[in-house]
Design a protein. Structure first.
Lengths: 237, 108
């Protein structure tokens, strides 16, 4: 890819929106100049509006092109959705240094006892999975319509998943995932909300298996769920 | 407290356009900012507009292909940095395409 990969004709419809979002960051800097300490000299900042999937996709493509021009790129997540999990919030970065790395498997999942963290958000029907005890920050990368990888931006390793439509769709496809809820921190989920599902206990989260066995099995189930739909092969751990 | 200068860019459009931004601060106080509108044209970057708080008032400079100012306009809220920044962003948002087109037409 060369410089000419930037569109050579016309001006994208996103120009005005990007200027508006850039203005929001500049106003924050005026109010809190210490933010400047987080920005490397001459870095290119690309806004990632987490409430606008179309613009996010466009701007991530732009980030790729800036990397091609040997430009240091910082992603600046902005928008209405903010991390709600305390651990996730604690690991939240204002800027994320962007590197081109294909999502890949970590050397191991849940390397220490208690590293498998599962949170179920009943209101949104979203399952949050972290294989490193919430110690590592992550950016979300959609892998299908309902499942997103959580990727360590520094290493490119998949450190967890976000699963939307968990009870509504995902457990219908992989019923064994229902047992994941036994190990999840959940907000007042009831048996009724489980829809009376009594799938086979092939996934042993909450049973007698070790954390690492549970984590490995959950990881593989989620990856299989993705690969069976997208034919995008990802090796198992 | 030493004066610190920070320079960074913000990606704007799929043509490769961006804003080049410079803040000068003294401790926790911003004492000057500059925003340059940069257009990617023919594989090269060209400044076509600049917002600056130099000389004690916030103003907009329209630039020619050599980077020289061809028109200077004082911003409405020229002595208040926060409001001047808002003015600059509003102006850029509404006029980026037009100013860029006019710049292209001025090509020698």
């Amino acid at each position: 890819m060369t410089h000419s990969n930037f569109a050579s004709e016309g001006i994208a419809d996103y120009t005005e929106k990007n200027i508006e979002l850039a203005g929001q960051l500049l106003e924050k800097i005026l109010a809190d100049p210490d933010i400047l300490d987080e920005i490397p000299e001459n870095a290119m900042i690309v806004v990632i509006p987490n409430d606008d999937a179309e613009l996010t996709a466009h701007n991530l493509a732009m980030a790729e092109q800036w990397l091609e021009r040997k430009q240091e790129v910082l992603l600046y997540p902005i928008g209405k959705r903010q991390p709600e999990s305390d651990r996730w919030q604690a690991a939240h970065h204002r800027f994320v240094k962007y590197r081109r790395r294909e999502p890949h498997l970590p050397d191991s999942v849940a390397p220490e006892a208690g590293d498998l963290k599962i949170v179920y958000d009943r209101d949104r029907d979203v399952l949050f999975v972290d294989f490193f005890g919430g110690r590592r920050s992550a950016i979300g990368a959609p892998a299908s319509d309902l499942i997103a990888y959580r990727i360590d931006p520094d290493s490119g390793e998949i450190i967890g998943f976000l699963v939307a439509g968990f009870l509504e769709s995902i457990v219908q496809r992989s019923p064994q995932l229902t047992t994941t809820l036994r190990a999840a921190e959940m907000r007042s989920i009831t048996d009724e909300e489980l829809g009376g599902l009594q799938p086979p206990n092939t996934l042993t989260a909450g049973g007698t298996a070790t954390d690492q066995e549970n984590a490995r099995e959950l990881f593989n189930v989620l990856v299989n769920l993705l690969t069976s739909r997208s034919q995008h092969l990802v090796p198992q751990v | 407290m030493p004066v610190v200068l920070t320079n960074f860019r913000m990606s704007i459009g799929s043509t490769g356009d961006y804003m080049d931004i410079r803040f000068v601060r003294d401790g926790k106080r911003i004492i000057r900012f500059t925003i340059r509108g940069v257009a990617r044209i023919g594989g090269d970057d060209h400044d076509f507009v600049r917002f600056d708080t130099a000389h004690g008032f916030a103003h907009r400079d329209l630039l020619d292909w050599n980077g020289n100012t061809i028109a200077k306009t004082e911003l409405q809220h020229s002595t208040n940095f926060a409001r001047a920044m808002t003015d600059a962003i509003v102006d850029l948002k509404s006029q980026w395409k037009q100013l860029r087109s006019e710049f292209q037409r001025r090509k020698p």
